[in-house]
Ligand binder design. Structure first.
Ligand code: ZN
Ligand code: ZN
Ligand code: ZN
Length: 161
């Protein structure tokens, strides 16, 4: 199976227009064909794009694609380059090593630091708040990937999550 990431413009088409998460089956649509993720669909009565009433119409065609394509990790904006099948997403994102910065990023900027020293202080404080359990999970995940890489002599290996 193709293990490469779909191009960015294709990936964006798989983002729900409401919550911006990548859609995974079941994918629903309005009568005019606008996609919406099943979670947002539960909370909305009208299509967010064309404002017609939603009727829980599934789009099986897009679901076939959603089942086989690899989309970016939600922490790709922080540097993660792992291509994910939707079945792999949850487990990967829970232990993604970029999640740490993803989590820190918002908190570090929450009080809008004005100087470099303020920013440094915020980062130090937030790093001290990271739980040992989170660190253990991230480290174990990293170790697993490094070992897989060594086993294959640096060649391609099955995507590990
Ligand atoms: Zn959504
Ligand atoms: Zn619509
Ligand atoms: Zn990731």
């Amino acid at each position: 199976m193709d293990t490469s990431m779909v191009p960015g413009d294709v990936a964006r088409k798989f983002q729900c227009t409401v919550c911006c998460d990548y859609m995974q089956p079941p994918v629903l649509q309005c009568c005019n064909g606008h996609f919406i993720c099943s979670i947002c669909c539960l909370m909305l009565n009208l299509c967010p794009v064309c404002r017609i009433p939603l009727q829980n119409i599934r789009n099986m065609g897009i679901e076939i694609f959603a089942n086989i394509i690899r989309l970016p990790c939600n922490y790709s904006k922080f540097g993660c380059a792992v291509p994910l099948l939707h079945t792999e997403r949850r487990e990967h994102e829970e232990t993604c090593e970029y999640r740490l910065w993803g989590l820190l990023n918002d908190r570090v900027y929450a009080n809008k630091p004005r100087t470099l020293q303020d920013l440094k202080d915020n980062i130090s404080a937030e790093i001290r708040n990271i739980t040992e359990e989170t660190l253990q999970r991230v480290t174990a995940n990293m170790q697993m990937r490094v070992e897989a890489c060594l086993l294959e002599n640096g060649g391609h290996f099955q995507h590990l999550l």
